[in-house]
Design a protein around this ligand. Structure first.
Ligand code: FAD
Length: 203
């Protein structure tokens, strides 16, 4: 049987602090009329830096919390939204299709076809082939092998292609990675709403 193809309005590659924050903020708007029946797909292969962390300075998080526990909580939080799907696997290739959408291919042949693509793969590795952009040295990474993808100042690389988390150039703090993810989500939601927006009080 051929591997499945998943349609998505937004594909997020990378489910760490930045990617999950972006997905949760996007999905939290699912009851808005202008959200329509959009779908969010996030793909992650389980190497988030959070898995190595014990957290003492993340606002609102009990000091001493394991990063792996916080990551699990974020995945559960995302799971409450019917519009979002999390896939386990490595995206090996992502490219533009004629007409402008993106296609991403996972290692087992599974595919995601998406209108918008958010790359949130962290600042340590880059193994996604097929895009016309390659990372540069990270300006705030502290070590020479940290990377970032240049963007327009608001995390857009080109139309419908965005970068989130530390790969966007932020310093290595959970709040910064998650904050960039949330900002990217707000940019996309504002496009869909047709005006500047953000999501509050939307339980
Ligand atoms: C030891 C340690 C301790 C830390 N302690 C703290 C602390 O006390 N306070 C604090 O604020 N921050 C701390 N941090 C920093 C925090 O963990 C990071 O800032 C945050 O995780 C970065 O988020 P990110 O989304 O950019 O990257 P990550 O969380 O690393 O997520 C990137 C994700 O992308 C996925 N990915 C990459 N490539 C692919 C691909 N091709 N296909 C599919 N998935 C892919 C990876 O599997 C990973 O899950 C610590 C980090 C470390 C290493």
């Amino acid at each position: 049987m051929p591997a499945p193809t998943h349609p998505a309005d937004v594909l997020i590659i990378g489910g760490g602090a930045g990617g999950l924050s972006c997905a949760i903020t996007l999905a939290s708007a699912q009851k808005k009329k202008w959200f329509e029946d959009r779908r969010i797909v996030i793909v992650d292969d389980g190497t988030s830096d959070l898995k190595k962390a014990r957290l003492f300075n993340v606002p609102g998080v009990t000091p001493g919390t394991l990063g792996s526990d916080l990551l699990s909580e974020l995945e559960v939080q995302l799971g409450q939204y019917e519009c979002a799907t999390m896939l386990r696997g490595t995206v090996q290739r992502a490219e533009r299709l004629p007409g402008g959408r993106f296609i991403a291919t996972l290692e087992q042949g599974e595919e995601v076809v998406a209108t918008k693509l958010v790359i949130a793969t962290g600042y340590k590795r880059w193994d996604v082939e097929g895009l016309d952009h390659v990372p540069e040295p990270h300006p705030k990474g502290g070590k020479t092998n940290r990377i970032h993808l240049p963007h327009d100042g608001c995390y857009r690389i080109e139309p419908d292609l965005h970068v989130a988390g530390l790969l966007a150039g932020g310093s290595s703090q959970f709040a910064i990675a998650a904050g960039i993810g949330a900002q990217v989500a707000v940019e996309l939601l504002s496009e869909w709403a047709g005006k500047r927006t953000h999501v509050h009080d939307n339980a």
